[in-house]
Write a protein that binds this ligand. Sequence first.
Ligand SMILES: C[S@@+](CC[C@H](N)C(=O)[O-])C[C@H]1O[C@@H](n2cnc3c(N)ncnc32)[C@H](O)[C@@H]1O
Length: 224
Amino acid sequence: MIYGRRRGKGKRNKNLEIIKSQLPKHSINLQNISRASDLKSYFSNRVEEVWLEIGFGSGEHLTSVSEAHPKVGFLGIEVYEDGIAKTLKQISKLGISNIKLINEDANNIIFLLPPKSITKIFLLFPDPWPKKRHAKRRFVNTENLNQLARIMHSGGELLFATDHNDYLSWSLEQFMSTTLFKSENLDQNSWKNQPNGWFSTRYEQKAIEAGRSPKYLKFLKNDI
Ligand SMILES: C[S@@+](CC[C@H](N)C(=O)[O-])C[C@H]1O[C@@H](n2cnc3c(N)ncnc32)[C@H](O)[C@@H]1O
């Protein structure tokens, strides 16, 4: 079940054309993915590890971080087609070869990924679904945290950012109710500090301009 927008209204045909012509060479055929796959082998350049960004929006963070880490393969999952088209344009403009995109609902993809295949996960400003009756749509939930822990290497990092206080409390509860992760920055004063080597996201910029204060939390996958 997909909640929220999958398609924008403007430029729809143009974006669909870009997706049709360019996504196949920058994507992974989902039928080829199994829990026994070696994710590194999907990248044409030799990569030493694979990082994952879930809900990358228009791809500003994904493309910047991939350029800064050429030996890392990046897997980006985004359900919104306009975001996929914008990211494809950037990939082509910048000649990026270490990103693979999946245009799907991440809830349906993470359980397909191989165990201990991901070193770092970015979950940046996921949709907060502020209404109580929509809380079950939130990406941070027990089932997804179990899956994310399964696909991460021990000691791997999960970076979570939000500008929404209820979602922050909700997410902390979910992370604290499992032994699969431990927090790297429990001191609340540190949550407002952008992590080292940070690249801004579009949503983050909008939140700051609107006077909201994003929080950045880092969790480590426990060695279980
Ligand atoms: C608030 S936006 C943040 C986008 C980006 N991370 C940023 O900070 O600019 C949330 C993004 O997550 C995407 N999204 C929401 N649910 C998703 C899901 N289940 N799977 C993949 N992407 C999802 C939305 O399409 C949207 O682009």
